[in-house]
Design a protein around this ligand. Structure first.
Ligand code: ADP
Length: 799
């Protein structure tokens, strides 16, 4: 992958990681890499050890492209228009409520727990998410894969924010506290501690508490009547109505990473960018694509009778291996009863995974989505590797049911009897990923390439998810209404193939943050004991996520000095940026980028935040374990964000805020404003297109709340229009050209409206060049194919 290969700067990171893990052992990068077990025949869709890629793509359908009779298929992605973006960009208004806080301090004290203090309040009993019965495990549990699915609820009612000027509020609060009210703590470096509501933290509570204690922030374990700076939710964005501050969940994330939705989102990217998105196994959605699945498999088998594939069937709403089974033949799918009621994804089984000690394992990586707009992604430098407990053999009819051989889920393998609990990071059935890298590097494997491929996979996956997330965001937190800003830790489950290529298995919106495991004292008698491996990785992820999201740091940027007690203030941003101690932290890298300073590789070093605790409130903490990968590598990946632009158009025509579906009038306006109708595409045909696609999508959509055209349906319609308009071009360029065309006409329209508003004549913008090769299907000259140019340009940049 060109993009992956061009991800520079990872060398340092990967090396430093391994060096620290290997206690100074040098990397040997010269050794041979194991060969891929099979050669991909089809350039665009690689074989994942199964061979299905061989000629499976193409005529068989399965395409998302409208008009190919593929059924409901387009993927799910979208982007916000200017007004929606402003909602995502705005700062949270939590401090506007800060004045009221001073008046209620006495009351708060009764509820609050100082995270820096030694004692902790008794943990309230928490109700764990009910889980479906596991067919193979003795009993359900919250485990590593714990991804809890929660239905969306309606947005909250309009909140009331006191119209006090923020700066005045900050001044008053700062003065009050610095007058000796006991809130300022030397070493915290702050006039007031960051407040965190942990009342909905559920199973992440223990790790959160440790993190808050390390940060010396203030925890509210039972919630708080006044707003907190940060709300830490164990499950979903909609755990309660939050009107300000920051919440650790995005609206819609749980829906977006469900197996079906994720497969759809990635499939559209596979259609547009087959080479770049070959890290996700070919998948079909059941029951709607069952016939397609059968047909495609038969086609490949006809072409190659020696092909003996295996498939894995995964229920859409399942987690922790719940309901998963392997099959050799499409007809083995258990169609009876459950499937109709319980949709699933059937996927190529990766039958040649990388083994360690003859055991299959997967990788859980933690990824922080810090912001949607602008897109900011961080990856934790360490993750977990979960091991199977039975030696691996390629699937055959005799071992298909051996779950301890084929499924790496912790929640399953812990019941095998061969599960090894270990307090060492490099042994046992759950280890740190860095210990695996260390082991691989000692065998001469190029681990910097592995890391760069993983980073590439993560960025591309997030790019596939973000457009639809933006549709959710503008719906849940419309522009102009108070609401929280969001961030989220995602759990990426990745399998390394024998040839070291990382493959995405799934994304968890609520990765388990438990730092204890159950130990079976005697049959049926379990005890919770701390898991040092979990604690090492997860506490660092939570703590450093909080450090990156620290609202006081943001405030300082917005309200420098004016309200601060000069003696005790945290150094101004400029001071800190010039501080040699902070140079190189991920935070520093992010800021230098946002401030437009040229990025030099030197800044991208790990740093030890050691030094004077008064000048550096994080002096007692280790260096940040989260590494920024976007926008850091934006140049290499921005060309993939085509569906983002498509979704921008969608959101623009949504009209009424709070909806997620486009009505017929909105779709007509889109066609008209973008000048897409012609003699060959009448408005009557447009209406039929709308009805046809919308009806099909609504019959399979998970969200049945609103009627109208969902984003996936819009994407399908867009593909259809692009194919009609630019018949002679390849699909990618068809779509890119149509996006360019739409954006061009809309910008003209905006300009016209702006000028009319000012009562002046529009300034004539230079006409677009007409490219003779891009004559539209309708015969009218199309604007220059900007998209095609941009794409070829970005490809050159990559190579
Ligand atoms: P769940 O959410 O139920 O854990 P996953 O998609 O993570 O579902 O699958 C469970 C396990 O099955 C994975 O941890 C992995 O070991 C195995 N697995 C899933 N998909 C594949 C695949 N395509 N090829 C090989 N193994 C897979």
């Amino acid at each position: 992958m060109a993009a992956a290969a061009s991800v520079t700067g990872l060398v340092t990171w990967a090396r430093s990681l391994v060096r620290s893990r290997c206690l100074g052992r040098r990397l040997s990068l010269s050794g041979p890499r194991p060969e891929a077990a099979t050669n991909p025949v089809n350039r665009s869709l690689n074989d994942h050890g199964n061979g299905l890629r061989r000629g499976a793509r193409g005529g068989g359908g399965g395409s998302l492209v409208a008009g190919r009779g593929s059924g409901a298929a387009a993927a799910a992605v979208a982007v916000a228009p200017a007004p929606a973006l402003s909602a995502m960009q705005r700062g949270s208004p939590e401090r506007e409520l800060a004045v009221a806080e001073a008046a209620a301090e006495a009351e708060e004290e009764q509820l609050s727990v100082d995270a820096g203090a030694a004692g902790e309040p008794e943990r309230p009993a928490r109700e764990e998410q009910p889980k479906a019965a596991l067919p193979v495990t003795a009993r359900p549990r919250a485990a590593e894969e714990g991804d809890v699915r929660v239905a969306r609820r309606l947005p909250p009612a309009l909140p009331l924010a006191p119209p006090r000027p923020v700066a005045r509020a900050l001044c008053q609060l700062a003065k009050g506290r610095s007058r000796g009210r006991g809130r300022y703590r030397r070493g915290s470096g702050s006039l007031w501690p960051v407040t965190v509501d942990s009342s909905k933290a559920r199973t992440s509570l223990d790790a959160l508490k440790i993190s808050l204690r390390q940060l010396r922030w203030k925890e509210f374990p039972f919630g708080r009547r006044l707003p907190c700076d940060i709300y830490w939710h164990g499950v979903s964005f909609r755990d309660s109505d939050i009107l300000s501050g920051q919440v650790n969940k995005f609206p819609g994330m749980t829906e977006m990473v469900r197996k079906i939705t994720l497969s759809r989102a990635l499939r559209i990217m596979q259609n547009l960018f087959p080479d770049e998105y070959n890290f996700y196994p070919r998948s079909w959605i059941l029951p709607e694509e069952f016939q397609l699945f059968v047909t495609e498999v038969r086609m490949v088998k006809d072409g190659d009778p020696t092909w003996k594939p295996t498939f894995i069937v995964k229920p859409d709403s399942g987690c922790q291996g719940d309901g998963i089974y392997l099959i050799k033949d499409p007809n083995d799918i258990r169609m009876t009863g459950t499937l109709q009621n319980r949709p699933a994804v059937v996927q190529e089984y990766i039958c040649k995974p990388l083994l360690i000690d003859n055991l299959k394992f997967d990788i859980r990586l933690y990824v922080l989505l810090k912001s949607l707009e602008p897109l900011e992604i961080y990856i934790a430098k360490d993750g977990l590797s979960r091991f199977c407990t039975e030696p691996y053999h390629e699937p055959n009819p005799q071992n298909l049911h051996h779950i301890f051989m084929h499924l790496t889920n912790y929640s399953l393998n812990i019941h095998s009897g061969k599960f090894v609990h270990s307090d060492s990071a490099s042994t046992g059935s759950k280890r740190t990923f860095s210990s695996i890298l260390c082991r691989l590097s000692s065998k001469g494997i190029d681990i910097k390439k592995v890391w760069s491929d993983i980073i590439s996979l993560v960025i591309k996956t997030v790019i596939a998810l973000t457009p639809e997330l933006k549709v959710f965001y503008q719906s849940d937190i419309p522009t102009g209404r108070p609401g929280p800003t969001c961030f989220q830790i995602l759990g990426f489950d990745i399998l390394l193939m024998k040839n070291l290529k990382p493959m995405l298995l799934e994304v968890n919106a609520n990765p388990s943050m438990r730092i204890e495991h159950e130990y079976e004292l005697s049959p049926g008698v379990f005890e919770n004991i701390p898991s040092l491996v979990d604690e090492e990785v997860k506490v660092a992820v939570i703590r450093d996520t909080l450090r990156l999201m620290n609202p006081l740091k943001k405030k300082e940027m917005h309200f420098p000095d004016i309200c601060m007690d000069r003696k005790h203030r945290i150094p101004a941003v400029s001071d800190r940026m010039s501080s040699s101690k902070l140079k190189g932290s991920s935070l520093f890298v992010a800021r230098s980028q946002h401030s437009g300073k040229p990025f030099t590789g030197k800044e991208d070093l790990d740093c030890d935040l050691t030094g004077d605790p008064d000048s550096n409130p994080e002096a007692h903490l280790p260096s940040i374990c989260l590494k920024q990968v976007f926008p850091k590598y934006a140049k290499q990946f921005n060309y993939l964000r085509l569906v983002d632009r498509m979704a921008n158009l969608f959101i623009r025509f949504l009209g009424i805020k709070g909806t997620m579906k486009l009505g017929p009038t909105g779709f007509r306006t889109f066609i008209r404003n973008c000048k897409l109708s012609s003699s060959s595409l009448s408005m009557a045909a447009v209406d039929i297109l709308y009805i046809d696609i919308t009806r099909r999508w609504n019959s399979v959509a998970l969200d049945q709340r609103d009627s109208g055209m969902c984003l996936q349906a819009f994407v399908e319609a867009f593909f259809f229009l692009a194919q009609r308009k630019f018949k002679l071009l390849p699909l990618l360029e068809q779509v890119a050209s149509l996006i360019d065309l739409c954006e061009y006409h809309l910008s003209l329209l905006d300009e016209k409206r702006l000028v009319c508003g000012r009562g002046r004549r529009p300034q004539s913008s230079p006409p677009h060049e007409t490219n003779p090769t891009t004559q539209s299907a309708a015969g009218s000259p199309a604007p220059r194919i900007i998209g095609a140019y941009k794409l070829s340009h970005s490809r050159h940049a990559l190579s």
